[in-house]
Design a protein around this ligand. Structure first.
Ligand SMILES: C[S@@+](CC[C@H](N)C(=O)[O-])C[C@H]1O[C@@H](n2cnc3c(N)ncnc32)[C@H](O)[C@@H]1O
Length: 382
């Protein structure tokens, strides 16, 4: 155990003293420990990090989302202030790109914006403050509630601590973290006690083979509830990789979706380079949608990122037709990365929720929703 990092040594000592550790506690420490957690370093995404996100491909993603926020603002009668609340802001590139695009292209909208970042990690908060220094008075670190505007999160839900479960015969066990006799981390089986996980699994039926492993993330529902509480009137956008429950829990998806990323390589061992490795799982969007409904939201749309961004970009795409400039080429490259089915276009989904003081549900007339398919929305049930 002598060459363990301080974080790994602490986790090992806790397990040695108290027994098997629930995986969500392990993951919370590995990613979010205030001193040594993976996300204390805000430079994890992009070419020099461990994985790409839509934000790290360049400013186009934020620009297209900003056009949607502006359309929503217009459709709501141009309220001021119009809050944009972001969680999972990481290095604040998204916020900076929204603020700088709106300042240049939509100063009327920019004037109404009040941008809030909700960030629990002090080191990430410091990096965000540095990145957003050119926009004094336009943004703040806080967690507002019941405001008018939008809530936005890209790749937040895949990063919340989840439970890993396995089928043993006809019942489920929880996969917990233990130590081998030589002190290495390993998986172990423990009784499944968590009520939310048990009830989620009960709702999925019994058609699972022996040895099947998967994840359940009650924390996704908590995040959605928390997000819903920020907005009284407006919309919430959750963008992430994930599936509806019926696709997620297919009997043939027998090893679940747990993935770890380091230096642009994916693997499935969360005990490797603890604190220097991203740990993630796909999002159960059916769970997110039902938590949203229970929190008073209307589930307005569910579509893949390719459809959403193609709708949002239609007028900009038309204006670039035949244009040859470095900016137009970069724009086309980014658009391809964001929408190509083999890159980020097909695996990433956009869940759009709305909330309004008026009891009748509203779906804003956003260009990004023009290719939304009601059948995908219906598939969320379950
Ligand atoms: C995969 S990164 C995505 C970063 C960024 N949104 C992007 O798309 O490049 C996940 C981010 O979510 C943040 N995060 C996870 N749980 C959070 C929470 N409960 N509150 C705020 N941020 C959280 C992490 O610190 C990290 O910055």
């Amino acid at each position: 155990m002598s060459d363990l990092s301080p974080l790994a040594a602490r986790l090992a000592a806790t397990i040695a003293a108290s027994g098997p550790m629930p995986f969500p506690s392990f993951m919370a420490a590995a990613l979010y420990d205030r001193q040594h957690g993976y996300y204390t370093n805000p430079n994890r995404t992009g070419r020099h990090g461990d994985f790409y996100t839509s934000v790290s491909t360049g400013p186009l993603f934020a620009i297209l989302l900003a056009t949607q926020f502006a359309e929503l603002w217009e459709s709501m009668g141009r309220p001021s202030p119009f809050h944009i609340v972001e969680r999972g802001a990481n290095n604040a590139d998204f916020a900076a790109d929204v603020l700088s695009w709106s300042l240049t292209h939509r100063p009327d909208f920019h004037a109404a914006i009040s941008y809030s970042i909700d960030e629990p990690l002090p080191s990430a908060a410091a990096a965000q403050a540095a990145r957003l220094a050119p926009f004094p008075g336009k943004w703040q670190h806080d967690s507002p509630s019941n405001v008018t505007g939008v809530f936005f999160a890209n790749e937040l839900l895949d990063a919340v601590p989840f439970r890993r479960v396995a089928r043993r015969g006809n019942s489920w066990v929880e996969r917990t973290v233990s130590l081998t006799p030589d002190g290495s981390f390993c998986w172990s089986d423990s009784p499944l006690l968590d009520r939310s996980t048990k009830s989620r699994l009960a709702s999925l039926g019994d058609d699972f083979p022996d040895g099947y492993e998967t994840e359940v993330a009650p924390a996704v529902a908590s995040e959605v509830r928390l997000a819903a509480a920020t907005i009284a009137h407006g919309a919430l956008f959750f963008i992430d990789y994930g599936f509806t429950a019926s696709d997620y829990y297919l009997p043939e998806r027998s090893t679940g979706t747990l993935r770890c990323y380091r230096h642009h390589k994916a693997h499935e061992n969360p005990f490797d380079a603890i604190g220097d490795t991203d740990i993630t799982a796909h999002v159960d969007f059916s769970l997110a949608a039902s938590a949203a409904r229970a929190a008073g939201c209307h589930v307005a749309a569910f579509l893949d990122q390719a459809r959403f961004l193609t709708g949002a970009a239609a007028s900009a795409l038309a204006s670039l037709e035949g244009v040859r400039s470095p900016e137009a080429s970069s724009w086309h490259r980014q658009f391809q990365s964001l929408t190509h089915p083999a890159r980020l276009g097909r695996s990433f989904q956009v869940l759009v929720l709305t909330k309004s003081p008026d009891p009748s549900p509203f779906t804003p007339p956003l260009s990004g929703l023009r290719f939304a398919n009601p059948r995908s929305l219906a598939a969320l049930a379950g």
